[in-house]
Design a protein around this ligand. Structure first.
Ligand code: GCV
Length: 712
């Protein structure tokens, strides 16, 4: 009986070890299965030492020991004092004299605070940098090489982040709901903080550090002033203490009306002396809890949030008041440019530019303006925001959305690196050719010291963190691109797949193709040819191009597609809203003329007739039918490709992704049928008979309701 129990325990233990629920993200450290490679790794690793004594150094030691154990099966003793026999030396450049001859002063100078050097020749490897956190980044890079089965014997890597602030913005509410979150509740367990430190906080910090993320905003930009009260600052401090060894700074969202709500001041006018004093004191108080507090992120005068314009002050006056409060502590203010007003009849596309360009040069040195990648709102495809390049005197920070509010939420598999890259690589022509968005945000185009990129997080309490097992790749991609926006989507997908799933070459090859095509596929079945914001309203789940009854004009999809008997699309050219004039002439030229406009933006900038001839030779209406159907067919292709991977992937994640692909196919068909049936009421043309015909009526699609859709 005892033996039987033991056997049962053993079987259970094996089962647990092999269960793949996605919690470990890309930090699985599975045994290296290629024996030749394993042997090479072992020869190189023999005797590791980690120098130094900070809390970050402890993190390095723990991570190294657990990674090496996992990857090689050996329990290495990681020593802390150097001997001549050490083969893997990890530590800050000034931690030991021995490092100095191996790396030059010039090399160290290039690194700044966060860059690292990784050098290896047979039998000797060095990972170093100017700070312990830089060394941690170097370690994660080294582990990534082994996790993805790369050689580690001859290395000469110097890696310096292209952006200083590499950030996640959580839209997490204090009641633990997450605005636009599709992965469960907020991971911040405010009620049990500060006493209870969930292991998740530590694993979250590890994951972020492994991809170079060094800042997080904990709370929703639709802010709650209570986060600034002492009871909550205690809790924020507890999180900041967990994150610090991983090089992560904490930011909070500041509700502009907080002085009224928390201190009963009569006003929140940024020029009022009492208001200024209140924020100064509040900043001092926050820094007394968290000496390295990053600063404030602010959404003001947008979608009902309070702001300086309530007092006839400008965004700059509001931002500078807060910037003055955090400046003595070296804090910064990140002020969002996502503003538009219902009372303003001007094309929403133009409003942020109209508001912010006149303020260029008026922001304090410690203010950054955070700009969404496009002028509307995180659509499956948008041209880059015209503010990029248009505010040379202000550091602009990129805001991407990692959570898939408008990109299939938690049911659709979409890899976002191609979307991020498309924007970063776009040429603004602000200072002639090659003035890319990336060069605007890294500060190199206009010489800014502050620079950064953020992603609205897709993280929640789901066991796999991000809801869809494949959505982790988008968190990963954000971090990797913030570190180095020159990385290709291909390289990022490959790294992630190898670490998160398998190093099997055939698996990596096919699954990478799914990932790389997935965004374009979604554009086809959701928003082809430049269509945008035709999602159902409120929750944004599924199609709703017919919606026209909401209070604010720009909340209605009909505002964006403008379909009528003549054609479809938003005329933003010089004969329309003139939004195109906000771009530099070279860019404008590309899009102004319907004959030359890139067709992926056609209906973004033009109201084109249903019979407009597309480059394919098809009429616009037929092209729309073609695109929607191609999108659906391509999801079927994703399914076929994924089915081929069954033997290569653990059962749990294989099944989860298979089920979700079934859902995705149904949703793609839903998008296609609903949109084509609706637009057909204007085009009055048939859906060509070679395509699958909608099996439901338009009224059916219009009748669908999702009162409990997540993220709302
Ligand atoms: C946090 C969109 C989203 C809102 C979000 C807003 C923003 O409008 O639907 O949920 O609010 O963007 O970025 O502020």
């Amino acid at each position: 009986m005892k033996k039987l129990n033991l056997l049962l325990l053993f079987v259970l233990a094996c089962f647990c070890v092999q269960a793949e629920n996605g919690y470990d993200l890309w930090l699985r450290y599975l045994p290296v299965s290629n024996p030749v490679l394993l042997q090479q790794y072992k020869q190189q690793l023999v005797s590791p030492v980690v120098l130094g004594s900070s809390s970050t150094v402890s993190v390095i030691r723990t991570e190294l020991a657990s990674a090496l154990k996992g990857l090689t099966g050996n329990a290495y003793t990681v020593s802390s004092s150097l001997t001549s026999t050490n083969t893997l030396i990890i530590g800050k450049a000034d931690a030991s004299k021995i490092l100095s001859p191996l790396v030059t002063k010039e090399e160290l100078k290039q690194l700044g605070e966060e860059g690292f050097i990784l050098k290896a020749k047979p039998g000797k490897t060095i990972i170093t940098g100017n700070t312990d956190v830089a060394v941690l980044y170097g370690l994660f890079h080294y582990l990534r090489l082994m996790q993805s089965n790369q050689p580690i014997t001859n290395l000469n890597i110097i890696s310096v982040p292209k952006l200083k602030l590499r950030m996640l913005n959580h839209w997490d509410n204090m009641n633990r709901t997450v605005e636009r979150g599709y992965a469960g509740f907020s991971i911040w367990d405010w009620h049990r903080l500060p006493g209870f430190i969930d292991q998740r906080y530590i694993d979250y910090a590890r994951a972020n550090a492994s991809i170079g993320i060094n800042a997080v905003t904990l709370t929703n930009v639709n802010a709650n002033a209570l986060i600034l009260t002492p009871a909550y600052l205690e809790k924020v401090k507890a999180l900041a203490d967990v994150f610090r060894p991983y090089g992560i700074k904490v930011f909070l969202t500041a509700r502009f009306s907080a002085p009224i709500e928390l201190a009963r001041l009569k006003t929140a006018d940024p020029l009022n002396e009492d208001v200024k004093a209140w924020w100064n004191n509040k900043a001092n108080e926050i820094y007394s809890y968290i000496p390295d507090f990053g600063g404030f992120l602010v959404k003001a005068n947008s979608e009902g949030q309070p702001g300086p314009q309530d007092y006839k002050r400008t965004h700059a006056e509001g931002a500078n008041m807060l910037a003055n409060a955090v400046a003595p502590h070296k804090g910064i203010v990140i002020w969002r440019a996502f503003v538009y007003a219902a009372e303003n009849p001007v094309d929403r596309h133009k409003q942020a530019y109209d508001d912010f360009v006149p303020l260029d040069g008026k922001f304090n040195d410690n203010v950054m303006v955070q700009v969404k990648n496009g002028a509307i709102d995180f659509m499956p495809r948008e041209p880059f925001h015209p503010l990029f390049g248009a505010m040379p005197k202000t550091p602009l920070m990129m805001e991407f959305q990692v959570t898939q509010e408008y990109l299939g939420q938690a049911t659709n598999w979409v890899f976002l690196a191609p979307l991020f890259k498309e924007v970063l690589d776009a040429d603004t022509y602000a200072k002639g050719k090659n003035s890319t968005v990336a060069k605007v945000i890294d500060g190199s185009l206009d010489n800014h010291a502050l620079n950064g990129m953020t992603g609205v997080a897709n993280i929640g309490t789901d066991i796999n963190w991000c809801g869809h097992p494949m959505a982790q790749a988008n968190w990963y991609a954000l971090g990797r691109l913030a570190w180095n926006y020159n990385l290709s989507s291909d390289a990022i997908a490959e790294e992630w797949l190898r670490m998160t799933y398998s190093n099997d070459a055939a698996f990596v090859q096919s699954t990478k193709q799914i990932m790389l095509r997935s965004r374009e596929i979604m554009v086809d079945y959701m928003n082809p040819i430049g269509l945008h914001h035709i999602m159902a309203t409120g929750h944004h789940y599924g199609p709703g191009p017919w919606v026209s009854n909401l209070n604010r004009p720009e909340w209605n999809p009909v505002y964006y597609h403008k379909a009528d008997s003549i054609g479809i699309g938003f005329n933003r050219t010089s004969t329309g809203s003139k939004a195109i004039e906000q771009y530099f002439p070279e860019v404008r030229k590309q899009w102004e003329n319907i004959a030359t406009c890139d067709e992926k933006y056609l209906l973004w900038f033009h109201h084109a007739s249903w019979n407009h001839t597309m480059k394919s030779g098809r009429s616009l209406w037929n092209e729309l039918c073609y695109k929607y159907n191609t999108g659906v067919d391509s999801v079927k292709w994703m399914q076929r490709e994924w089915q081929k991977q069954q033997t290569k992937v653990d059962a749990q994640r294989f099944k989860e992704v298979s089920m979700l692909l079934n859902v995705q196919l149904e949703e793609a068909k839903w998008w296609r049928n609903a949109c084509l049936l609706y637009f057909q009421t204007f085009s009055k043309q048939p859906i060509p008979s070679n395509y699958e015909q909608p099996d439901k009526t338009l009224d059916y699609y219009k009748s669908l309701r999702f009162p409990f859709a997540p993220g709302n």
